[in-house]
Design a binder for this molecule. Structure first.
Ligand SMILES: C[S@@+](CC[C@H](N)C(=O)[O-])C[C@H]1O[C@@H](n2cnc3c(N)ncnc32)[C@H](O)[C@@H]1O
Length: 279
């Protein structure tokens, strides 16, 4: 079964990028009154305590949200930081929102959330954290399979967040299949796919496959904290966004260098902001 627990990583530099992009896409979808669906194929437990033994093991949040929250302001990050501050008493940083929680803070009554999680412990926490929330459905199912059954959504508008642990090599192929499936069943959906850079060649291959998939309108945003070095863990992570809001890349072009400077562990500016496939 799965050993990955997001509680070890909650609030790290990868979460900052992922959740900021998530907030920006949801805010953009809310510009129209029409409802939309938020689909989280790999939800995790939804909420994390930063003083827990898991989060304290490597204290990854200190090199992510810890370097931004309550520090000198980066204006473009304000909507994301507002979600974090909604969870914490003034002046403290004791809880961090997972992607389902981020979404739940932003959805309107007309919107719906679908949260898939397979790990028995995580799904139990997720259920507990979403008890009484009628807008978001928690499903103990494989997110890749659950996604197929939901598309196209009745709303015809959606953000699909795909955030697997990539613990099993098959995830690298499954995300490609998921992007193709979404393209066939609901080509207008916005998709935000997260990837870790642990072995750069593997990510080059993944990105190449996505670029040649026939899907159009794809942006890539990547943020690193160290020079790539295989065998020394995650040096960077990125978001592949299909059908991004038209304002997002411009914003990321300004934000990513600022974030890279703030979060860099070796003084280097490690980021990418590019159109992977145009219109
Ligand atoms: C990176 S974490 C998710 C973090 C979450 N999206 C966030 O940003 O707060 C990945 C989660 O996917 C779960 N998982 C792994 N394979 C899955 C699958 N096929 N379907 C659904 N969940 C899965 C893992 O148990 C883990 O909790």
């Amino acid at each position: 079964m799965f050993s990955y627990r997001h509680g070890f990583h909650a609030g790290n530099f990868a979460d900052v990028l992922k959740h900021h992009v998530q907030v920006e896409i949801i805010s953009y979808l809310k510009k129209k009154e029409a409802p939309f669906d938020y689909i989280d194929t790999h939800a995790g437990s939804g909420l994390y305590r930063l003083q827990s033994a898991m989060a304290q093991k490597n204290q990854e949040y200190l090199n992510g949200i810890g370097k931004l929250y309550g520090k000198e302001e980066i204006p473009a990050l304000a909507p994301y930081l507002n979600v974090v501050s909604g969870l914490n008493a003034e002046g403290s940083l004791s809880r961090y929102p997972g992607s389902p929680w981020v979404a739940a803070q932003l959805l309107r009554p007309q919107d719906r959330g679908w949260l898939f999680e397979l790990h028995p412990g995580e799904v139990e926490n997720l259920r507990e954290n979403f008890r009484g929330n009628k807008q978001c459905r928690v499903r103990e199912e494989d997110g890749f399979q659950g996604l197929a059954a939901l598309l196209p959504t009745r709303s015809r508008r959606a953000l699909i967040l795909i955030d697997p642990p990539y613990e099993q090599k098959a995830d690298y192929q499954r995300v490609i299949s998921a992007l193709s499936l979404i393209h066939r069943k609901m080509a207008t959906a916005t998709v935000a796919l997260w990837y870790p850079v642990v072995a750069r060649r593997q990510i080059d291959l993944l990105v190449q496959q996505i670029a040649s998939s026939g899907i159009r309108k794809i942006d890539r945003y990547e943020l690193g904290v160290r020079t790539d070095s295989e065998g020394h863990g995650m040096t960077a992570s990125g978001m592949i966004v299909v059908n991004p809001p038209w304002t997002l890349r411009e914003q990321m072009e300004v934000l990513l260098p600022e974030l890279a400077e703030r979060l860099s562990e070796d003084g280097g500016l490690h980021y990418r902001c590019e159109v992977l496939v145009g219109e």
